[in-house]
Design a protein around this ligand. Structure first.
Ligand SMILES: COc1ccc(CNS(=O)(=O)c2ccc(S(N)(=O)=O)s2)cc1
Ligand SMILES: [Zn+2]
Length: 248
C-alpha cells in the first residue's frame, strides 16, 4: 500500500488540476500527434450552468472527434467551457512551472467507441479526454468575441440559447505539442475519468474579454444577482503520477 501524506491523497490519488513542472515531465516517443476534427455544423447551444458556461455539441454521432495522441480510439466532442479568476493574475486550473494563467479552455470529449453514453463513460478511467488550452492576456480573440456577443442571452443560471456554426478549431494554437496525464473532473463529482491533454502553447484573450466572463451571473433570474467572479479549482497532489510530453 502506498504511503500517502493525507487520507484524501491515498483515497483519491488522481485528482485534477495539477502543476506541471516542465523539468520533470517525461518525453514519450510513443505519443502520437493529436487528430482533431471539429465540424462547426455540430455546434448546438450555449448554456449558463451557474459555475461556468458551456458551448454544447451534437454528440449523437462522430461528427466532431479527438483521436490519436495518448488515446486509444476516437473520442466524441461534447462541450467546451472556460475557467477564470477574479483578476488577470490567476484563473487557470493547470499551472506551468509555477505560472498561473488568467484563464483555461477545456474541450470535453467522451469514449463513445467503448461506452454507450457520456454518463457511463464518466465511470471509467478511459471515459473522457479533455484538451486544456491556457489563455494569456493579449489581443482580443475574435473567436471568443463571437461567444461573448451571445453571453447576454445566458446571463443567469440555467439560461440557454441556440449557438451554431462555431469554428472551435480557431481556438486551438498552431503548436499541437502537449503534456498528458491521468486525472479527474475539476468540478463535482470530481470523477477520476479524464485523460488530460494540456497544449503547450497558450492562446490570447484580452483583459476586457475576460471581464465579460466575470459578468455572468451564478444566480437565477428571480434571485439577487451574484457574479461568477472565479471558477478555478485549487491544485491537487501529483501523487505517484508521471506527466508525459509529446516533445523533448
Ligand atoms: C449527470 O450528472 C453529471 C453530468 C455531467 C457531469 C460533469 N460534466 S462534464 O463532464 O461536462 C465536466 C465537468 C467538469 C469538467 S472539467 N473542468 O474537468 O473539464 S468536464 C457531472 C454530473
Ligand atoms: Zn473545466
Amino acid at each position: 500500500m502506498g504511503v500517502s501524506t493525507s487520507r484524501n491523497e491515498h483515497c483519491r490519488p488522481l485528482q485534477s488540476p495539477i502543476t506541471i513542472c516542465t523539468k520533470k515531465v517525461k518525453y514519450d516517443s510513443c505519443l502520437k500527434p493529436l487528430y482533431i476534427y471539429y465540424d462547426p455544423k455540430s455546434t448546438r447551444r450555449l448554456v449558463n450552468l451557474g459555475h461556468c458556461f458551456n458551448v454544447e455539441y451534437d454528440d449523437t454521432s462522430d461528427r466532431s472527434v479527438l483521436g490519436e495522441g495518448p488515446l486509444i480510439g476516437y473520442y466524441r466532442l461534447r462541450q467546451f467551457h472556460f475557467h477564470w479568476g477574479s483578476s488577470d493574475k490567476d484563473g487557470s486550473e493547470h499551472v506551468i512551472d509555477g505560472q498561473e494563467y488568467p484563464a483555461e479552455l477545456h474541450i470535453v470529449h467522451w469514449n463513445a467507441q467503448k461506452y454507450p453514453s457520456f454518463n457511463e463513460a464518466m465511470k471509467h478511467p478511459d471515459g473522457l479526454a479533455v484538451i486544456g488550452v491556457l489563455l494569456k492576456i493579449g489581443e482580443p480573440n475574435p473567436a471568443i468575441q463571437n461567444i461573448i456577443d451571445n453571453l447576454d442571452q445566458v446571463k443567469t443560471k440555467d439560461k440557454e440559447c441556440p449557438f451554431t456554426q462555431f469554428n472551435l478549431s480557431s481556438l486551438l494554437p498552431n503548436d499541437r505539442n502537449y503534456w498528458t496525464y491521468q486525472g479527474s473532473l475539476t468540478t463535482s463529482p470530481y470523477l477520476e475519468c479524464v485523460t488530460w491533454i494540456i497544449l503547450q502553447e497558450a492562446i490570447p484573450i484580452s483583459s476586457d474579454q475576460l471581464h465579460h466572463f466575470r459578468g455572468l451571473l451564478c444566480s437565477s433570474e428571480n434571485e439577487d444577482p451574484s457574479f461568477i467572479l472565479e471558477n478555478h479549482r485549487a491544485l491537487q497532489p501529483l501523487a505517484a503520477r508521471v506527466i508525459r510530453s509529446s516533445c523533448k
